[in-house]
Design a protein around this ligand. Sequence first.
Ligand SMILES: Nc1ncnc2c1ncn2[C@@H]1O[C@H](COP(=O)(O)OP(=O)(O)OP(=O)(O)O)[C@@H](O)[C@H]1O
Length: 593
Amino acid sequence: MARNKFNVDEELETEFNWSHYKRIGAYIKPYKKALFITLLIILTANVAGMLGPFFTKIAIDEIIPDKNIPLLIGLSILFLLSLVVIGICMRYRIQWITRIGQNILKDMRLDIFQHLQKLPFSYFDNRPHGKILIRVVNYINTLSDLLSNGLINLISDIISVIITLIFMFAIDAKLTLYSLALLPVLGILVWVIKNMQRKAYQVLSNKQSNMNAYIHESISGIKITQSFAREDENYEIFDEVSNETRTSWMKAVSIQFLLWPGVQNISVLTTSLIYFVGIRQIGVDVSTGTLVAFIGYVNNFWNPVINMGNFYNALITASAYLERIFETLDVEPDIKDNPKAIQMPTIKGNVTFDDVSFRYEEGKNILNDVSFHINAGESIALVGPTGAGKSTIINLLSRFYDVNEGCVKIDDIDVRDVTLKSLRSQMGVMLQDTFVFSGTILDNIRYGKLDATEDEIITAAKIVRAHDFIKDLKDGYHTVVEERGSTLSAGQRQLISFARALLANPKILILDEATSSIDTKTEELLQEGIAELLKGRTSFIIAHRLSTIKNSSQIFYVDGGRIAEKGTHEELMAKKGLYYRLYQSQYDLLKVM
Ligand SMILES: Nc1ncnc2c1ncn2[C@@H]1O[C@H](COP(=O)(O)OP(=O)(O)OP(=O)(O)O)[C@@H](O)[C@H]1O
């Protein structure tokens, strides 16, 4: 998929089709037993509900003319009992329906969340995160009513219609046929509205997604917005996307609500027809009691039919959201374990890049024929201009992307031949953009090793010089930090992520601009910690501050997607090439400062 912007509608890859219903069925299947119990409850309520008109018929046609008071009292008690049964059934019906519906939604949400976790970086690179978020939260929520009330109501309505028809046919077959005369008109109405409604909801789901993406983007970029005083411009953009949502919503709803008055009118016309036919005795011969009971049944018949119309409506609406949910679930992670993948043995740390070429997008190579070999335990520094491809090299090592040509090997094993989990769990990556999760400092460091004790965590924090600032925080290690760590400084976040990496005890360590936000004094102290951290591991360090990488076993100068120079600091300085010039320029800068 091409890169998408918040205001560009996403193209739909597969429209909703019958196979999607099958997939919904798979979500419903685990709750078969609960559904069956619910159906029994509904069935009981329905049969009890049918008794009312039947009792009325007997009372009007037989008991009242005979003035049989004891029988009338008996019938009234039975009627009362039937209402009690209905009341009890209703209570349990609602309880079971809600439980089943919410369980189905939870399963769906878990599936989509689990799937998202497996998707490669490229999936997230290509779309605004707000458009992903809306699928997991809002789109699934829109199904809530359909899968809880809607589904059970549908079954209950079908049962209701069948039972009512049985009662109606038993009382008078001809009158029943009159009651069904307008059903085909309803069928035509539903058919005509269906396609218009579906298209309208597809447009609406796109506009909602765009609005969500813009809100997400605006919140993430709020600091930049306020620093550049762009609030008014953002307000105008939001006004526009929000307006588009409103317009498409109005259109979708106006189409959706064509059905409801249609069904209502047909049901009223049917009742009039029955009265007309019954009173005029056109082709039928019915008593007043039968006619009154019949009108009760006609209502019993049309109410569930109206509900079924509404369910169909809701289904069409939901299909616009379901197709997006299934589309996400159908994205095949292109970085995944190959079927013959083995567990990565304990990594020693030899790394080989063999003629590696790589591109994020077709037609624009980022790395060209990169080859190198590193022995276990060496520390490699990657330096070079911005955008040269340094981070890309390490992204390939952790297999966040797959190479287009050549191969990346660790201990002579191609990284594509081992499971991702066994590979990544032995590597520690500290990215430029350190992430702190909401929770305590302790939880955040423990992310590197879930079973670490508090003592282990404190020891790790001491080694990387994080302990000093943590102990001064309000609640020390138990201080709660917000998502992204907005209450911490950038340098403090980096120190926490250092402690996290140390705790994970990785065999290969990757530090991508990991010390860029730490002041020079703390960095000097940290260097000792880092030296500790690097002992016995292969490490890749990307750093713009060259003072931090002078002691590396080898320095690679990356330029234009190639390794232009490699050697130790002394060798490269003696060569007086690109590295030398870069080093000199930083040195000169320091002198000026
Ligand atoms: N996800 C991506 N999709 C498309 N292009 C990308 C992506 N990530 C990086 N690039 C491009 O790849 C090139 C190399 O990027 P990379 O991040 O490897 O550079 P770098 O040497 O680490 O730069 P810096 O020192 O600024 O971090 C850049 O031109 C960048 O625009």
